[in-house]
Design a protein around this ligand. Structure first.
Ligand code: 1CP
Length: 342
């Protein structure tokens, strides 16, 4: 019996779509907050395999999702490449910055990333032993553009201004940075797969701020390279790409990059995506995460609408972005019940 997520990723339209949720391990769950307090801080949680595995398993126990996503963060890769990384409570991540060709050249070599990231691989090994047999284990990394926006700015930004400024000031240096992250991402995801990840996802959360040729060069092309390298090394491991807020550039993205599935954000309509994106293969998405806060009849109606829109083809039910800390855990149960009962 092949796992439902793998069947959907192979192109099968299932009567009930499999379901998981971005950020399903997170602050909306009291058990997550307790384990995080035990770890002391967020990075210790990421780098302590037993605790990272524990928080990955919490939403599986509570809700029986069809997939578990490895608990880690996209910003571990910049740290593994030599940047300082810390989290300011209530504000978010901070990093030392890379803005010049010399600083790009001074990043650690790709092979050295495993020194920092080996605890993540141990988390994956624990999970592949402990997950229920029918639950798929998803590994992940940030896509090069999104990771670069944090490395250049040293923090999260609304408009990714510092990264766009670096493109304008020294495109060759920015390209070199993207190439370094691309190589590191291939090595990182390969190691996750070798440790037991059955699917990997590339999060390009800020793809929507790239225009024209910049989108092609810094979002689409690195995704294509990473997927080609992974497929050469690990044929049969499906890849989900998430070029968030790509709008009409979702059309053809799977074909152009070799992705087995594209994850849709909630700014595109499910009907539009069914006609224009799902025709190329599996799609994932795309309920607005705010329904996990507000719940009620709107949640049920929207969930049903999305399930119906994608019924004709391969679909993995998910949110359009991560669940927020103010979400009500009961609303997650209501969403799952609606999908499975629809
Ligand atoms: O205080 C806390 O407990 C930290 C909140 C938190 C969590 C739960 C952060 C900090 N990261 C994570 C885990 C995480 N991050 C996962 C784990 C698996 C799961 O989904 O359950 C994943 C896949 C990510 C990915 C991630 N981190 C992305 C891409 C997806 C997205 O949400 O767009 C991004 C952009 C980050 C950076 C990051 N890490 C954390 C925060 C608060 C942020 C955003 C910072 C910003 O832009 O200001």
């Amino acid at each position: 019996m092949t796992k439902t997520i793998l069947r959907a990723l192979a192109g099968e339209a299932l009567p009930t779509p499999p379901i998981w949720m971005m950020r399903q391990a997170g602050r909306y769950l009291p058990e997550y907050r307790a384990t995080r307090a035990e770890a002391g801080d967020f990075l210790s949680l990421c780098y302590t395999p037993d605790l990272a595995a524990e928080v990955t398993l919490q939403p599986i126990r509570r809700y029986n999702f069809d997939a578990a996503i490895l608990f880690a963060d996209i910003l571990l890769v910049p740290q593994a490449l030599g940047l300082d990384l810390w989290f300011v409570t209530g504000e978010g991540p901070r990093l030392s910055t890379v803005t010049t060709a010399d600083q790009v050249a001074a990043l650690k070599p790709t092979d050295a990333i495993h020194d920092t990231l080996s605890p993540v691989y141990e988390t994956v090994r624990i999970l592949s032993r402990e997950l229920p047999q029918d639950t798929t284990l998803i590994g992940f990394a940030g896509a090069p553009w999104t990771v670069a926006t944090y490395m250049v700015a040293g923090r999260g930004t609304k408009d990714q201004g510092p990264a766009h400024a670096m493109i304008a000031a020294d495109r060759a240096a920015f390209r070199a940075l993207i190439d370094r992250i691309t190589d590191a991402t291939i090595a990182y995801l390969s190691a996750q797969i070798e440790a037991g990840a059955e699917v990997v996802k590339l999060f390009d959360s800020w793809a929507g701020s790239l225009q024209g040729d910049d989108f092609t060069e810094f979002s689409l092309e690195p995704a294509r390279k990473i997927i080609a390298a992974l497929k050469a090394r690990h044929p049969g491991i499906p890849v989900i790409a998430f070029p968030r807020e790509a709008g009409d550039r979702y059309i053809g993205f799977a074909r152009a990059t070799g992705a087995d599935c594209v994850a849709l954000d909630n700014s595109v309509s499910a009907d539009w995506a069914a006609a224009n994106v799902q025709k190329d293969g599996c799609v994932q998405g795309n309920l607005d995460p705010r329904h996990m806060v507000t719940g009620g009849a709107d949640l049920v109606a929207e969930t049903r609408r999305i399930v119906d829109a994608f019924r004709g083809g391969p679909h993995i039910f998910n949110l359009g972005h991560g669940i927020t800390p103010d979400a009500n855990p009961d609303n997650v149960a209501l969403m799952i019940e609606t999908v499975r009962g629809a």
